[in-house]
Structure formats: structure tokens, C-alpha cells
Design a binder for this molecule. Structure first.
Ligand code: 5GP
Ligand code: SF4
Ligand code: MG
Length: 466
């Protein structure tokens, strides 16, 4: 998901709509905005579909007045199976004795099922099926007398990954979990305003100046011109999601002081060094494989070409929640550039192999177009473990790499060769020269390594074995 907030500018909701539009790649199912105005109070709009189709029209935007607003773009993750109901669309709102508050959450809470059960037994009335709603109910039960303290209380009880953007009548609040699994950045809007965004690309679109990242375990409370920073949680090692670097974030964003595009290009360079192959063309599987394919071509000297053309009017395939739509998705989105491919030995670069359905279909299309050889190079290590921290991966049994060796995967996909970047190569590409330190890895890489930095306690209670 993507979260965004703005304080201190007229018509803040318009800025939030733009920010969410820039973060649309983080969630395409639905979006919502809450605003506050001293005369009109809190208002909200939650809609299915793209930001541009919902939050550009005067009839919606005129209902969201005020100089303070937050928003959320949603894609459903492991915690919330099946179709999204409008009641699952964030931000969530709560009315407390000291006033209202709204929250928007990116990430996944790993003890939400246990908390929900406990809260319901003690009288909380849940409105949605979302893990994030626990935060509101925990806030309601806190004995603190101001809302930011209640948010702290609530977030000290949850486990898992969270980058939260919240608002009261006067404050914009940003929090990252102790490991800093999901991103969150702070920006300056003109002389009077501030913005919080999942990624820096959300600041760019509104012309905000990037100030800094919210640090792992940090909470900022912004009121007027002041940004107050505190550390509400027990300190923990920073474990930013390495898959944000590979796939999830936009390539024009800056993460950890480093360009995402450059990291991805460097992944391609590492891949070409680790797993070279003689061929005529390097082609990306667009768009997610593009920077790595450029790096692969630069390092290997094999020409880069657009062997697969993407229909710009389709979103990210995997974000569609059902298997059947996902299966159709590849063909709806990608087509082979036949004239280029015919008779050629082609290296295809993609970001990841999850179920393997994408790779297999692309191989079919490429061979049908007359390619002489097909070699897959993948910009991440084999995805062998599900993510419980906010990226939608299927259960282990559906992950190709959980059930097959690399050679078996190559034969199942049906290509001449298949190679994944090593975990060390990925760390080097992400700026960690020495590669992955097995005793203290700099990133979360659980979907590749199986080493979960935060115990997925709900999943373990359901029978998941680490
Ligand atoms: P597959 O077809 O192997 O299940 O999915 C791989 C494709 O989905 C890749 O082209 C990639 O761009 C996209 N994808 C990337 N990350 C994920 C993820 O976490 N889950 C899923 N299901 N697909 C992803
Ligand atoms: Fe990111 Fe993978 Fe960790 Fe999930 S398990 S937070 S996708 S690195
Ligand atoms: Mg892809």
C-alpha cells in the first residue's frame, strides 16, 4: 500500500490526491482520503479503483476541505484474503473523547488476528476485515489523554511492519516500526507545509522538497511549523524490505539515500557477472525488469532491445487479487515484438519468479514468435518464502522456488537457461559492498532467505513452519 499526508497548505486533499497518484503502483484496488477543516470537521471519501478516476472530480474533492489531509492506496495482502469491501478501504477514522483521528497504514501486522480476537472479546466492534483496524481499537482502549500518546500505546502492542500516517484536528503524524520494514519520508511543502509520503516520488509530484526519511522506530508529530521527533519503541536493528529495492518502489524514488533505479541497474550488472550467457539481445520484461536489463546489457555488451512491448493501459498484473485475472493478465499486458525476436537468441530479464506463471507465458509468446533461444535472468533470488509484512505472496506450496530446484524450475518454465541473482549480489547492488552479513543482514530478505526478522505469530498459530 501507499500512504500520504499533508499539513499546512490550502486544499490539502488535492495535494494528497496527487501524492497518491504518484504512489498508485503501491496499490491499485482502492484509495481513500480524510481531511479536516475547523468549520466542516472531518470528512472522508473512500473509493474503489484508481486515484485519477476518483479523486480528480470536483464533486468528490469539494467534500474534502481543509489544510490537513491524509490518504491511502490499497492492495490487499496476506492478512485480508478475497475481494476488498469498501469498509476495508483506508484511512480508518475514530472519534475519541479528545477528538477525532484518522490513520493510514502500509505494511502488515503479524499479530492482528490474536489482537482482534482479544479486542472483540473485550467489546470492540470491528467494521472491517483489515489488520490495520486494530490500531484504532487499541487507541480507543488507551488511557492516555492525547491522541499521539494513544497512537504510541496502540503501536507498542502491535507486531509486524508498519509505516503509519495519521492525523488529528491539528497534527500530522508519521511512524515507522522499529525495523523500518516499509518506507516513509518527510518533505517540505512551500514555507508553511509538510508532507509525509511512502516514497520520494510522492513528494516530487507536488513540488515538495525531500527533507529526510522517517527513521526506523521513529515517530514524528507535525503541528504548525514544528516537527517533534520521538522514539516510542524498543530499539531494533534496521531491516528495510529489500524487495522494495527490487520491485515494489518506483525507480525514480530514493531509498536509504540511494536511487532505486541505480540499485536495479546494478542488479543487472551483478547478474551479468554472475551468470553470463552468449546471446544476441537483452530484453526486459517491462516495466519491472527494465533497469536490470539495461545494467545487464551495459556489463555484457549484448545489445539492449525492446523484445516485449507493454500495453500502458494495464496496471501491475500481480496486484489483481484473484488467480484467474492474474492468469489472463500477462497477455492483456505484454506482447512480443515479433519482427525483432525472430531467429534471435534472447536474454529476458525480469524482477522475480513467484508462481512462475508469468515466466512460462512469456516464454510461450517468445518461442511462438520464432526466438532461437530463451534465457531468463532474474533480478532477485528465488522467492521461496511468503512475505508477512505487506507484500502479497502466495502460500509456500504455490511458490515455484519452494518446491523445485533451479534446474527443475528451468525445465518447468521451459527455457534454455534460468539464473537468479545471488543474495550477496543483490546486497552489493543495493550498496552493501561486503554482501550479506549472515549475522546481521542490513535488509529484510525473508522471502528469499526464510529468515524472518519479526516472528509471524498469527501465521505460526495457523500452522506455518519457519
Ligand atoms: P509469477 O507469475 O511468477 O507468479 O509472478 C512474477 C511476476 O509478478 C513478475 O513479473 C513480477 O513483476 C510480479 N511480482 C513481483 N512481485 C510479486 C509478488 O510479490 N507477488 C506476486 N504474486 N507477483 C509479483
Ligand atoms: Fe520485503 Fe520479502 Fe521481507 Fe516481505 S519478506 S518485507 S517482500 S524482503
Ligand atoms: Mg513483472
Amino acid at each position: 500500500c501507499g500512504v500520504f499526508g499533508v499539513i499546512g497548505v490550502a486544499d490539502a486533499a488535492n495535494f494528497v490526491a496527487l501524492g497518491l497518484h504518484a504512489l498508485q503502483h503501491r496499490g491499485q484496488e482502492a484509495g481513500g482520503i480524510v481531511s479536516y477543516d475547523p468549520v466542516q470537521g472531518f470528512n472522508s471519501a473512500r473509493r474503489f479503483g484508481y486515484v485519477r478516476d476518483n479523486f480528480t472530480k470536483a464533486d468528490v474533492m469539494s467534500t474534502l476541505p481543509g489544510e490537513l489531509a491524509i490518504g491511502h492506496v490499497r492492495y490487499s495482502t496476506a492478512g485480508s484474503k478475497g475481494a476488498t469491501a469498501i469498509r476495508d478501504v483506508q484511512p480508518f477514522f475514530g472519534e475519541f473523547s479528545m477528538g477525532g483521528a484518522a490513520i493510514a497504514h502500509n505494511g502488515n501486522l503479524t499479530n492482528a488476528a490474536a489482537l482482534r480476537k482479544e479486542l472483540i472479546e473485550r467489546g470492540s466492534i470491528f467494521q472491517s476485515s483489515s489488520d490495520s483496524e486494530c490500531i484504532i481499537h487499541l487507541m480507543a482502549r488507551s488511557i492516555q489523554t492525547n491522541i499521539s500518546e494513544r497512537i504510541k500505546d496502540a503501536l507498542r502492542r502491535v507486531e509486524g511492519a508498519f509505516s503509519v500516517v495519521a492525523m488529528t484536528r491539528t497534527k500530522l503524524i508519521g511512524v515507522r516500526d522499529a525495523h523500518g520494514v516499509r518506507p516513509l519520508v518527510l518533505g517540505r511543502v512551500g514555507d508553511s507545509g509538510w508532507a509525509l509520503s511512502s516514497e520520494t516520488c510522492g513528494l516530487d509530484i507536488i513540488g515538495a522538497e525531500f527533507v529526510r526519511e522517517i527513521e526506523p522506530g521513529e515517530m514524528v508529530v507535525i503541528e504548525g511549523n514544528k516537527v517533534l521527533s520521538t522514539r516510542p519503541f524498543t530499539p531494533a536493528p534496521s531491516r528495510f524490505c529489500i524487495f522494495e529495492q527490487v520491485y515494489f518502489s518506483r525507480p525514480d524514488s530514493i531509498l536509504g539515500g540511494r536511487s532505486v533505479y541505480e540499485t536495479r541497474r546494478q542488479i543487472g550488472v551483478e547478474l551479468a557477472k554472475e551468470s553470463p550467457v552468449d546471446a544476441d539481445l537483452v530484453c526486459p520484461v517491462p516495466d519491472s525488469g527494465t533497469p536490470a536489463a539495461i545494467g545487464f546489457s551495459q556489463e555484457s555488451g549484448i545489445p539492449y532491445a525492446m523484445g516485449i512491448i507493454r500495453n500502458q493501459y494495464m496496471g501491475r498484473t500481480f496486484i489483481e487479487p484473484t488467480e484467474s485475472i492474474r492468469n489472463m493478465g500477462v497477455r492483456l499486458k505484454l506482447n512480443v515484438n515479433r519482427a525483432l525476436i525472430k531467429g534471435k537468441r534472447v536474454i529476458l530479464v525480469d524482477d522475480s519468479v513467484v508462481r512462475g506463471t508469468t515466466s512460462r507465458k512469456i516464454k510461450d509468446m517468445i518461442l511462438e514468435a520464432g526466438a532461437a533461444e530463451v534465457h531468463f535472468r532474474i533480478a532477485s533470488p528465488p522467492t521461496a518464502w511468503p512475505c508477512f509484512y505487506g507484500v502479497d505472496t502466495p502460500e509456500r506450496s504455490k511458490l515455484l522456488a519452494a518446491t523445485m530446484t533451479e534446474d527443475e524450475m528451468r525445465d518447468w518454465i521451459g527455457v534454455d537457461s534460468l539464473k537468479f541473482i545471488s543474495l550477496d549480489g543483490l546486497y552489493r547492488a543495493a550498496g552493501v559492498e561486503a554482501g550479506r552479513d549472515p549475522k546481521a543482514p542490513k535488509f529484510c530478505d525473508a522471502c528469499f532467505s526464510g529468515e524472518y526478522p519479526i516472528t509471524p505469530s498469527d501465521k505460526i498459530a495457523e500452522g506455518f513452519e519457519m
